[in-house]
Design a protein around this ligand. Structure first.
Ligand SMILES: [Zn+2]
Length: 145
């Protein structure tokens, strides 16, 4: 979905809320307080309310995009003669990351290097999503509530 499609599909805030709500309902909603599965939709609060205990779950409360930063272990590959034949996809991915760091982020100080690598990993892992990128992002937001 490109920006023009997005704009025509979601012309206003209400259409975005309705789409997000529908997607969330399809996946099901479980109350964080009592594990109830039946909810009312509170349009004025833009939230679901548990029919059993009254606990409200804001529609946007599931929008947490939690970042997990993993520690990487550096391994010197200088002793491997033909590094491109040893884990070729790893070699290719690292080569692409190096080109992006050199080509786009010319002066990558230590302060931003991890952010650039995180960005690269994010894009690399989603390179085949294409038109479904928006829907995948929406599902990820809903599932990580
Ligand atoms: Zn409840």
């Amino acid at each position: 979905m490109n920006l023009l499609d997005f704009s025509s599909y979601f012309p206003d805030e209400a259409s975005c809320v309705e789409h997000f709500k529908t997607q969330r309902e399809k996946l099901g909603l479980i109350c964080k307080k009592c594990n109830g599965t039946a909810h009312y939709w509170k349009k004025d609060k833009i939230a679901f309310q548990c029919k059993k205990c009254g606990y409200r779950t804001a529609l946007r409360s599931s929008n947490k995009l939690e970042m997990v930063i993993k520690q990487h272990i550096a391994i010197t590959t200088s002793e491997i003669k033909e590094v491109h034949t040893f884990l070729p996809w790893v070699h290719s991915a690292i080569g692409n990351a190096k080109r992006i760091l050199d080509g786009i982020h010319h002066s990558n100080g230590e302060n931003y290097l991890q952010n650039y690598l995180n960005e690269y990993c994010y894009k690399y892992n989603r390179r085949y999503f294409g038109e479904k990128l928006f829907d995948r992002l929406l599902l990820a937001c809903i599932e990580n509530s």
